[in-house]
Design a protein around this ligand. Structure first.
Ligand code: GRG
Length: 309
């Protein structure tokens, strides 16, 4: 993770929490990538082209943000790592499937993802579609077959993830239909609550479910996941305007090229950055309602907003 921040005081505060957070993200990456490597068929299994495309897409430069949320919420509520692994790998599979399909010519038609060629460019369109389909199926198989969890909990996680994946698809449809239309902030929020927010909310809730958070804690975690998803989307929209393709590992400026209504487009850049500060404060305030050590979740939230400094 790289940081660019003009304000020296804020920069030193950011650097303090980034050291621990960097360690946390690296640890999660090693755990989840190891698990994904075991779960995904090797690229010499037939049909090799399908599994090559899946591995190509999964093992690019992704941040593993959603797996990190499963771990952050799960650990802070006392779940052991081995109970979090399968679900965090599963949410990354769903996320990667959505990126592969989002990049297809029928959708965003993009060439660059996770710092490398998109699946349909590197392989071909049919293989990319099937790689996404297979990843989606494997995600549910991964949770259903997780022997570290009670069968009833697996069923609840599968049900939650299928709802979230459906909400993501509905959000994507709304987003495509909205291209070129004048939207206001509440329309944008509605689209992104599904498209981006649903999986982020799932990841936080899944950590709490596996750890056995009580009803009140679970409701607070849900509110946190909801706001964090919003924060993630506003910063993603800002980064699309302010970063280069090299920094993002995906094509920058894509939102405006495809006439998408975004926060900077509707509010302007400076008001969007103020909104990041406001939503960050709201998100952290929700966490403060939990009678737990929520350091990692708070740091993850600060990390999301620091990306636009
Ligand atoms: C095609 C069903 C379907 C859904 C697509 C994920 C998505 C929904 C579209 C991607 C387009 C986009 C830019 C969405 C906004 C935020 C977002 C989800 C960014 C990508 O997530 P990151 O930044 O990516 O966590 P990495 O590669 O780091 O995992």
């Amino acid at each position: 993770m790289t940081l660019a921040c003009a304000n020296p005081v804020r920069k030193s505060i950011i650097l303090d929490f980034m050291t621990d957070l960097d360690r946390f993200f690296s640890e999660v990456r090693a755990l989840v990538d190891g698990e994904l490597d075991m779960l995904l068929p090797s690229s010499d299994v037939e049909p090799t082209r399908l599994y090559e495309a899946i591995r190509w897409s999964v093992f690019g430069e992704g941040k593993r943000f959603r797996p990190a949320l499963v771990f952050a919420a799960g650990r802070e509520f006392g779940a052991p790592d081995d109970e979090l692994l399968h679900t965090s790998a599963a949410v990354e599979m769903i996320h990667t499937y959505s990126l592969i399909h989002d990049d297809l010519p029928a959708m965003d038609d993009d060439d660059l993802r996770r710092g490398r060629s998109t699946a349909h460019k590197k392989f071909d369109e049919a293989t990319a579609i099937l790689a996404g389909d297979a990843l989606q199926a494997m995600a549910f198989e991964t949770i259903a077959g997780d022997e570290s969890l009670a069968v009833e909990l697996r069923l609840r996680l599968v049900a939650e993830l299928s709802v979230a994946a459906g909400q993501m698809v509905a959000g994507q449809q709304l987003d495509l239909e909205a291209e070129g239309k004048a939207l206001d902030v509440s329309d944008i929020e509605h689209i992104h609550r599904g498209k981006t927010g649903a999986l982020i909310r799932f990841a936080v809730r899944a950590g709490g479910m596996i750890a056995g958070a009580n009803k009140t804690e679970f409701e607070t975690l849900t509110q946190f996941g909801e706001k964090l998803g919003l924060l993630f989307q506003i910063t993603d929209d800002i980064l699309d305007v302010t970063s280069t393709s090299e920094e993002l590992g995906k094509t920058a400026g894509k939102d405006s090229a495809s006439q998408k209504a975004t926060y900077p487009e509707v509010l302007g850049l400076s008001r969007s950055k103020e909104l990041v500060r406001d939503v960050e404060a709201d998100t952290l305030a929700i966490l403060a309602n939990l009678d737990r050590d929520t350091t990692i979740l708070a740091d993850v939230c600060r990390y999301v907003s620091s990306r636009t400094n």
